[in-house]
Design a protein around this ligand. Structure first.
Ligand SMILES: Nc1ncnc2c1ncn2[C@@H]1O[C@H](COP(=O)(O)OP(=O)(O)OP(=O)(O)O)[C@@H](O)[C@H]1O
Ligand SMILES: [Mg+2]
Length: 597
């Protein structure tokens, strides 16, 4: 009893999970199992007329034999051996066909379920709050969407087979009961005891499965970090350090897989031997000890054998379910968490930027440490604003608040007089183009990197790409043909230099061309001449774009309309370049002097 309640609760709980996910598809699959079970039972029942017709053993009247004979009478078919065998063949062919359709359908549900889960996870990931997203490692997300979804799908497959087996078991046991309740109950008791004796095997499977999920996450984290930091590891001969971590994780996984495999096959082997033994014992007991005629017992044995096969498959899949259940747990939990941290993006739709963005007493901290402290500033339309200050002063964080991916702990941000809390954040973000401090380059052609795969009039798009590339001075390292070339930029743009990557990223933002352009250290890797050329291009945009520039190299911001100097999250000085430079004691002036030395 202690064992059965968890079985029932596991079945019910997971039934609801899968029922929600697969809906009517799961029910259709189970209906196939029910019809298959009934058809095959009829096939077995045909043994009675066969035994009677062949006079191998006397047949006593019983409900099943009567039903089989009734079918022949109903269709006015003569009960000859040939007719019975042909009907048996037909019935088992039908059953095989149904089993095939049932399994093909299961494969289809599995594939679509995997796709749905992956799409769901990815779309949830795209919609969660940024702060929650950065608290999760790339390895975790990657493992979740690839490996754990596959394991969750396997868990579904095992679970649906288990349910189908359960239905068949009920059908077979129900029909066997019509023949001899004593033999059936004896067999059921023996099968039940067998399952109970395997309880600890299932418990270990469950434990090892969850450990496998955790270890897969670790492996992915190590692997991604190794690949992302490959250049450093290679140049400094420190690759073996990461290799050892990956290798240790792989070894743990191997040991877990071996343990799971051994449990699976040991349980299967035990069940197979036990099934054969039980059929033989039943036969001996009924025919030799109790002296009953062999007809019913032969049929019961057949039912019993089929039932045991199903019990065996049930148990095999029960174990398989626990071996992959870790994936299901982690995927369903992740979907729930991601949905809980879903960013609220409903609100007023902003089509354009017409006046100003205003920050009033804005404070922000990542954890306990204050990152931005009482920031007050205004960014007027078509103005060029610069944020300068020491490393870690909070400049990039400030930009994250402007794009709305971070929310202030206190204070307010408004755009054209509307509070950020009342703004549809997606529409807000459409106003920004952003050259991030860590340059974003996709491993695709330069043209696709600039247009972000934009669809439409090809000639027009190509002209726009070429224009953006020209403004970002990509022509210094790429001919027009090379911009449109299919050649890929390599992983994160590895085939280009740091400065070239920055120019590709700038070209993309010039191509997109929304109202506000943010350049976070966008030209830091460029030589002075190239930087000057890009600055001229950007200055050309000044009259109809709002530009926010962050730069350590102060010559970059010389032409800005207004400068905010940040120090440890506070705005310590602000004014135009000329105003700030004229204040003898200003921090800004000191910074300029140091750079000019
Ligand atoms: N994801 C994060 N979690 C916790 N702290 C963070 C996070 N990102 C940044 N910080 C902290 O916030 C502070 C401000 O970082 P920020 O990136 O805004 O500085 P910055 O002015 O852009 O510096 P730099 O000029 O070096 O780019 C730093 O002290 C940094 O350690
Ligand atoms: Mg920064």
């Amino acid at each position: 009893m202690k064992f059965n309640l968890p079985v029932v609760s596991t079945l019910v709980r997971n039934y609801w999970i899968f029922q929600r996910l697969a809906g009517y598809k799961l029910h259709l699959f189970l209906l196939c199992a029910l019809v298959g079970g009934l058809i095959s039972s009829f096939g077995i029942a045909l043994l009675f007329p066969l035994l009677a017709a062949s006079q191998i053993t006397p047949v006593q009247a019983n409900p099943l034999a009567n039903f089989a004979e009734g079918v022949f009478t109903y269709f006015s078919i003569e009960m000859s051996i040939t007719n019975i065998i042909v009907m048996m063949l037909g019935v088992f062919f039908l059953q095989a066909l149904l089993t095939f359709l049932q399994n093909a359908y299961r494969v289809y549900i599995k594939a679509t379920l995997g796709r749905d889960w992956q799409e769901k996870l990815l779309s949830c990931y795209g919609n969660i709050e940024y702060e929650y997203a950065i608290s999760k490692s790339t390895g975790f997300i990657n493992n979740l969407i690839t490996i754990e979804v596959k394991r969750a799908v396997s868990a579904f497959s095992a679970f649906s087979i288990m349910l189908a087996n359960l239905i068949s078991i009920f059908v077979y046991v129900g029909i066997s009961l019509q023949l001899s309740w004593r033999v059936t109950l004896g067999g059921a008791l023996a099968a039940g005891l067998m399952m109970v004796s395997m309880k600890s095997g299932y418990r270990y499977s469950k434990r090892f499965s969850r450990e496998t999920s955790d270890q897969n996450t670790k492996l992915n984290e190590f692997l991604l970090q190794t690949i992302q930091n490959y250049k450093y590891l290679k140049s400094t001969a420190t690759f073996p350090i990461m290799f050892r971590k990956v290798s240790s994780s792989l070894n743990t996984l191997v040991s877990l897989q071996v343990k799971l495999g051994v449990i699976k096959w040991v349980l299967k082997a035990i069940l197979e031997i036990a099934a054969i033994s039980m059929v033989l014992v039943l036969f001996y007991f009924e025919v030799v000890v109790r002296g009953h005629s062999a007809d019913s017992i032969v049929v019961i044995c057949w039912f019993f054998f089929k039932t045991i096969n199903r019990v065996n498959s049930f148990s095999h899949n029960w174990n398989g379910f626990f071996a992959t259940e870790g994936g299901l747990v982690i995927v369903t939990k992740a979907i729930k968490n991601l949905e809980n941290y879903r960013e609220k993006i409903t609100g007023k739709n902003i089509k354009s930027f017409s006046d100003k963005i205003k920050l009033t007493d804005v404070c922000f901290s990542y954890s306990d440490k204050t990152t931005l402290d009482n920031v007050n500033l205004t960014i007027g339309k078509n103005k060029t604003i610069a944020f300068v200050g020491e490393s870690g002063a909070g400049k990039s964080t400030l930009v994250d608040l402007l794009t709305g991916i971070l929310k202030p702990n206190s204070g307010s941000l408004t755009i054209d007089g509307i509070d950020y809390d009342e703004v549809d954040k997606n529409s807000l973000r459409h106003l920004f183009s952003y050259v991030t401090q860590d340059v974003t380059v996709f491993d695709d052609s330069v043209a696709n990197n600039i247009s972000l795969w934009e669809q439409g009039n090809e000639v027009e798009i190509r002209q726009r790409i070429e224009e953006a590339a020209r403004l970002a001075h990509c022509s210094e390292f790429l001919s027009e043909n090379e911009v449109s070339d299919e050649a890929r930029t390599g992983d994160r743009g590895v085939k280009f230099s740091g400065g070239q990557r920055q120019r590709i990223a700038i070209a993309r933002e010039l191509f997109r061309s929304p109202d506000i352009l943010i350049l976070d250290e966008a030209t830091s890797a460029l030589d002075t001449t190239s930087e000057l050329s890009i600055r001229n291009s950007i200055d050309g945009l000044k009259k109809d774009k709002t530009i926010i520039i962050i730069a350590h190299r102060l010559s970059t911001i010389k032409n800005s309309d207004y400068i905010y100097v940040l120090e440890q999250g506070k705005i310590v000085e602000h004014g135009s370049y000329d105003q700030l430079i004229q204040i003898t004691e200003s921090k800004f002036r000191k910074m300029v002097e140091i750079q000019n030395r």
